[in-house]
Design a protein around this ligand. Structure first.
Ligand SMILES: NC(=O)c1ccc(NC2CCCC2)nc1
Length: 247
């Protein structure tokens, strides 16, 4: 997959994409990430990219010209046709694991990072195919949300995570919250690891983990349960847990 990120602050993306899973995926050519400085496409002599809002009001708005010019150049480089062009903004569709899985099936993504008070509406109306929000809060720019989207989407690309299982087990991959994790030592400051995990009995461990996921989801995010495919065993466990919780 190729990801082009349009931003006024390309330097923000250097370290997040040069570490851990994303770094390894780039080295293995599973993903290619390019940052493009929107300012390079400003045609006026001062290279301005923002101006005061028509109709008054505080702050500055990003001008349409640099983004349209940049978009034309990207289209040229991709044989005249671009795929998904995603703008990060609080008004966008909530970003979810399902959305990440869908985007991971694309060959090419363009992420547009706004700054200041926002981007001229003519950009949204004419260049953007998807608007995505990573949560109901306002950030200084679209850069941090873009990093979140790149991370979550990259993990869904075959081969990036190595053992396919870890993508499978990602909590939101099955719609449930993840079970608790433990590692060495078996006891630390008097705090022990649940015996079941030391038993080597894989079926019992699977059951325990599923029960823990169901319990956590029931306690913390019960609304997620309606989107999950529940087995007969799951429903039995949930009935028991409900009795326990309702006491
Ligand atoms: N919740 C979010 O995903 C989000 C995205 C962008 C943003 N700020 C940007 C939007 C245009 C100018 C600043 N704030 C929040």
């Amino acid at each position: 997959m190729k990801i082009d990120i349009l931003t006024l602050f390309p330097e923000m993306f250097v370290s997040p994409f040069n570490a851990s899973i994303i770094k390894r995926a780039r080295e293995r050519n599973l993903i290619e990430i390019n940052t493009i400085n929107i300012r390079d496409y400003s045609r006026n002599k001062h290279h301005t990219v923002d101006d005061t809002p028509f109709g008054g009001g505080a702050g500055m708005v990003m001008m349409p010209e640099p983004l349209f010019e940049c978009f034309d150049h990207l289209k040229e480089m991709h044989g005249g046709q671009l795929g998904r062009v995603i703008m990060m903004c609080p008004q966008g569709q909530p970003f979810t694991q399902e959305y990440a899985k869908e985007l991971a099936r694309e060959e090419h993504l363009v992420l547009v990072c706004g700054h200041y008070e926002g981007i001229d509406e003519r950009v949204r109306e004419n260049l953007i195919t998807d608007e995505i929000s990573i949560g109901d809060y306002v950030l200084t720019g679209g850069e941090l949300p873009a990093m979140v989207v790149v991370d979550a989407v990259s993990r869904m690309i075959p081969g990036v995570l190595g053992e396919a299982a870890s993508a499978e087990e990602d909590s939101f991959y099955h719609g449930l919250l993840e079970y608790p994790h433990y590692t060495k030592p078996r006891e630390y400051r008097g705090l022990a690891v649940p015996d079941i995990l030391l038993s080597g009995h894989h079926e019992n461990i699977r059951r325990w983990r599923r029960r823990q996921s169901l319990l956590r989801t029931l306690e913390r995010r019960p609304e997620l349960l309606k989107g999950v495919e529940l087995s007969k065993e799951d429903k039995k466990v949930l009935r028991e847990l409900l009795e326990l919780l309702q006491g």
